[in-house]
Design a protein around this ligand. Sequence first.
Ligand code: UD1
Ligand code: MG
Length: 434
Amino acid sequence: MSMRTAIILAAGQGSRMKSAMPKVMHRIAGRPMINHLIAACVPAFDRVIVVIGPDMPQLAAAVAPHATVIQVERLGTGHAARMAAPLLEGETGDVAVLYGDNPLVTTATLERLVAARLGTDLALLAMRPADPARYGRVVQDAAGAVERIVEWADANEAERAIGLCNAGVVCAAWPDLSRWLAGLKSDNRQSEFYLTDVVGAAHAEGRRAVAVEAPERELRGINTRIELASAEAEVQALLREAAMLGGATLVHPESVTLSHDTRLGQDVVVEPQVVFAPGVTVEDGVAIRAFSHLEQCVVRTGAIIGPYARLRPGTEVGVGAHVGNFVELKAAHLGAGAKANHLTYLGDVTVGAGANIGAGTITCNYDGVNKHRTEIGAGAFIGSDTALVAPVRVGARAVTAAGSVITEDVPDDALAIARGRQANKPGRGAKGKT
Ligand code: UD1
Ligand code: MG
């Protein structure tokens, strides 16, 4: 069998994150780190195997349908890589080992690594970070061949002065790599089996290893929430640049939060302080005004959203529709040109084209047990402060009077009034006067 395999190590607890959640489940641009890394690996490898811990069901679910193997005792990165061996029996192709907490590597860099391996016995990714901190250092001979990697904890002063750092990705033919992994020892400062020692093992056999350099931006490790925040900032900057190059105006880019999958069309204008949670598509010519929050929704051409609008999952705002301030939409389909401009909650609802939803309209979609649907026909006019008690249907061109509590269907073209009658009591308003 000759396949290209990526083994991603993600069994560590990530103690420096101080979190109940596995480190690689922490999100960057709305997506867990591990899924960023898998997305980069998929085009460059034929299969992906993820090494996880024994108590990480959410991680296993997040990486599906890719294979997982469990490392019960966390005895180091080299030990973790060995856990994948049973799935690789008889494999003759190349295997790369990656760390789940280095999630920003690009497919192009992984392809450079795989290509470099063809000309040598072992290829690894390395970087020259501004601050080499506690990364493992790459020790090279005079000709630039890599002799070994020394962990920061085990390095002497001269070794710590080396600027070339190990990014934690090695690639070799599996028959070689599995032999080097099997020979690892844990006689070091941390009493762990270091994956990085396979480099020294290759050198000891007289085999050749080369370092493929890539920018720190791609290869940085994330061990703390401070590093997570700075990775987030970098990814956000790249996403904003891509959105602007794609023809969207971000009036104050630094204040806009995007997700890895946000799609903004041409001539979309995004005002300050807008958050795009995952799963948002915005078509051409849409205005997203300040302080709006959008998640798993589609906004069709020419619509106007906000300021202060909240679009929740399952929402679709039709062509040229308007959604104004303090309007919350959940699983709401607004037809073309429909308007809901002020202080409204529309949940589990279909609104026909051109309908007008008055200020303060509320769909009462939840009875405490079940959710129910509301249908509003094309051209309907929902008076201000209407409560629509679902399940209920308001017909096309129908009108509801302001302040109505609508509990029964309203036929097409009808006017529904459902409110207490006003009674005026002469003189009673002037308290204290006789
Ligand atoms: C590691 C490298 C270091 C490199 C740095 C790059 C080793 C020994 N050191 O250090 O040279 O500069 O990454 O970021 O490899 N893991 C397991 N099982 C284990 C231990 C770790 O699956 O028993 C996983 C972790 O979940 C993590 C990855 O391996 O995703 C790396 O482990 P981590 O402890 O973060 O290693 P570093 O100290 O960062
Ligand atoms: Mg790390």
